[in-house]
Ligand binder design. Structure first.
Ligand code: SF4
Ligand code: SF4
Length: 404
């Protein structure tokens, strides 16, 4: 599976963190002695790797939850894994989730959060000298305060996507300290990017316990990713799927909705994927998802719907995050992040998250106005200039309009 340079790199990377097996706080078999009891026996569930967590096939991506009551309703309906992030509503979402789970036995749910790193350039994939591990750990303290809890179950590092990231010593040492302090039980990575190599490196390094990846019927490199997933799960890692509906709609005007049951079932045909993070925001969506997991067999019609969606000549809303556009852009724009923002706005109608992602891209001014013709060729067929100019307008909208 791995080519030689990659294997050599990984060996070097592991040596680089001073002999990974000796690091205090690194996983040991005794870390995973939870009783293997499903959280919701009435719902189909799978094991989340070596964590010992048996999770329903649907988990909650809480970014779209605007009320603690909705979070509680999800818990009551059997959903037991909740994924929040510091950047959902600038911390507000963590408060909502914490409130929704208040008063419940702490071992009856699994809570995860993620915090982006200052000093990590997502476009180039480089840690800069601004990365300060101590400051990064303080972000977790902020999350715990907002949740009103002593620990989270899974702390996720978002956006890292290269083998060297998952063994980057200053980051790894900080994360292991977090575990030693008891502020998280497990460590994870969440990435939108093509991540096969990072997944393999993480499986070998045995520092991260779970990996959250983009996985959907539009995957361009399914075979390679499936092999990496298998390698990682064989090594005990738990795999969580996100972006499973690839934007949910195939066009900006939402005239062409996707058969989402078919899209989610398609993901769960891969038995190495433990659970899907669904960004549901209504009770109806939640019930639909929970009903879908009761029967994963895909009907002829569902297969047809997905095939048609796959064959549809429209480029759709889903960006593969392949990054092949960046070097083609005269202004070196972070086009993949801008295209994610576009998908959040037009596909998921999550304008707040779309704006946050837009800011994250670092877009300033109107750089596309300077180009008569855009020469960027997108592998998904997007008209890049049109989309960048379109989504850039969201920067001017005051944030409080988006939160009402
Ligand atoms: S080339 Fe297209 S699909 Fe690939 S990252 Fe750029 S915008 Fe996304
Ligand atoms: S039009 Fe925009 S996306 Fe295209 S090359 Fe110019 S700056 Fe880059």
């Amino acid at each position: 599976m791995q080519n030689k340079p990659r294997r050599d790199f990984l060996k070097k990377g592991l040596l680089g963190i001073s002999g990974a097996a000796l690091i205090p706080g690194m996983l040991k078999a005794s870390d995973y002695s939870n009783p293997l009891v499903p959280f919701s026996p009435g719902l189909p569930n799978r094991m989340l790797g070596r964590t010992g967590i048996k999770s329903p096939l649907i988990s909650m991506g809480s970014g779209g939850s605007t009320s603690p009551n909705f979070v509680r309703a999800a818990y009551d309906a059997g959903i037991k894994l909740f994924f929040s992030a510091t950047y959902y509503g600038e911390g507000k979402n963590e408060q909502i989730v914490g409130e929704g789970l208040t008063g419940l036995p702490r071992d009856s749910f699994i809570l995860s959060t993620a915090a982006p790193m200052d000093g990590f350039d997502g476009r180039t994939g480089v840690f800069t000298k601004e990365f300060n591990p101590e400051e990064y750990l303080k972000k977790v303290d902020g999350s715990l305060q907002r949740f009103k809890l002593d620990y989270v179950d899974i702390f996720m590092v978002p956006y890292i996507c290269k083998p060297e990231h998952v063994v980057y010593e200053p980051l790894v040492n900080a994360l292991l300290k977090l575990k030693e302090q008891g502020k998280t039980r497990f460590l994870g990575v969440a990435t939108h990017d093509m991540c096969q190599d990072a997944l393999i490196a993480a499986a070998d390094a045995k520092i991260f316990d779970v990996f959250m990846i983009a996985y959907n019927y539009k995957l361009q490199e399914k075979e390679g990713l499936d092999k990496a997933i298998k390698y990682a799960t064989d090594a005990g890692m738990g795999i969580i799927a996100m972006k499973t509906t690839a934007g949910a709609f195939r066009d900006k005007n939402r005239t062409s909705p996707l058969n989402t049951d078919a899209a989610l079932k398609w993901v769960l045909q891969n038995e190495n994927i433990s659970t899907i993070v669904s960004g549901m925001s209504t009770i109806e969506e939640m019930q639909k998802n929970l009903s879908m997991i009761q029967n994963l067999k895909m009907s002829e019609q569902e297969l047809k719907d997905l095939n048609l969606a796959g064959l549809n000549p429209e480029p759709g809303l889903y960006c593969h995050q392949c990054k092949k556009c960046i070097p083609q852009c005269r202004q070196n724009l972070d086009i993949p992040t801008l295209m994610r923002s576009y998908m959040y706005a037009y596909g998921y109608r999550d304008l707040e998250h779309a704006q946050h992602t837009l800011f994250e891209s670092g877009l300033e001014g109107r750089p596309c106005d300077a180009c008569d013709v855009c020469k960027v060729k997108c592998t998904a067929g997007f008209d890049i200039k049109d989309r960048v100019q379109d989504i850039a307008r969201l920067r001017e909208v005051p944030g409080d309009f988006l939160r009402v």
